[in-house]
Design a protein around this ligand. Structure first.
Ligand SMILES: Nc1ncnc2c1ncn2[C@@H]1O[C@H](COP(=O)(O)OP(=O)(O)OP(=O)(O)O)[C@@H](O)[C@H]1O
Ligand SMILES: [Mg+2]
Length: 258
């Protein structure tokens, strides 16, 4: 179960993030990176961040702890920047936050950063499963921290939820975009990763993860939040069954690459 913290101080904006995430201090005195519900990407980006992040954790990848962040209307009232004040006002209530990893640095192939075959293969499988295009050399969304790789920024994954009538088409997608994955060169154990992930994920675990999505983040797409959750469950279960399809595609992409 995700913990809930309350933001007590707006520390700084992370300007490089397109959705204007911020570092905040919380009532437990910890620092967190908050993804705001009121950002242009909308609440579904938070749903993707939560669901994909917890799937990655279930697979054994390092994901910074995810928590719900309560934002009070008073937070940021004195921020000089109008854009930030507006964002905070639009985000009063529940948001999603990640444990802030101080001193982490972005994975950079050009700087000689490397990944071990197990982590790289697992990551490639994971990103193909969640349909994540945001793990490229240009935009790695992969942090080096204490000699380990941490996976962040899953807000654009699970993009089928922006168009449910058309979502079914993506369940069995080979996901050709995997060819641009930053860790593909090291992903030598893709078949093994697929076997491993099959033992980590099932209907029950996915149901538990989906149960944590706050109802308010699921408005509009389905008659009730429960209907929305079962649509996610149905799609993700089908995607899991399609593992041979996208694992094969990743293997092919890797063969073309080297
Ligand atoms: N948990 C964390 N610990 C330390 N730094 C972080 C953490 N999460 C994010 N960052 C930093 O903040 C930046 C923006 O975060 P993130 O990529 O999640 O935001 P975004 O708005 O989705 O970005 P994008 O522009 O890639 O869409 C990251 O590139 C990274 O430098
Ligand atoms: Mg990013």
């Amino acid at each position: 179960m995700l913990r809930t913290i309350r933001a007590t101080q707006y520390v700084t904006a992370l300007r490089e993030g397109g959705s204007l995430p911020a570092i905040i201090e919380a009532d437990d005195l910890g620092l967190y990176v908050v993804k705001f519900r009121g950002a242009g990407q909308g609440p579904l980006a938070l749903v993707a961040e939560l669901v994909a992040g917890e799937i990655g954790r279930a697979l054994g990848l390092n994901i910074p702890e995810l928590v719900f962040a309560q934002v009070d209307p008073a937070l940021g009232r004195n921020e000089p920047d109008q854009e930030i004040r507006d964002l905070l006002r639009a985000s009063a209530g529940l948001n999603l936050a990640l444990d802030y990893l101080p001193g982490s640095s972005m994975f950079d192939r050009a700087a000689g950063d490397k990944a071990d075959p197990h982590t790289a293969s697992l990551a490639v499988w994971f990103d193909a499963f969640i349909l994540n295009v945001d793990r490229t050399a240009r935009n790695a969304n992969l942090l080096n921290w204490h000699s380990q790789l941490y996976f962040i920024d899953h807000g654009a994954a699970l993009y089928f939820h922006h168009n449910w009538p058309d979502a079914s088409r993506l369940a069995e997608s080979p996901f050709a975009e995997i060819r641009n994955h930053i860790l593909l060169p090291w992903a030598t154990d893709l078949e093994q990763a697929a076997v491993h992930t099959a033992s980590c994920l099932d209907r029950e675990i996915l149901t538990e993860i989906l149960a944590q999505i706050p109802d308010q983040w699921l408005q509009s797409s389905h008659p009730t939040p429960a209907d929305a959750r079962s649509a996610y469950l149905n799609l993700l279960t089908r995607r899991l069954a399609a593992s041979p399809i996208f694992t094969q595609e990743a293997t092919r992409a890797r063969a073309n690459f080297i």
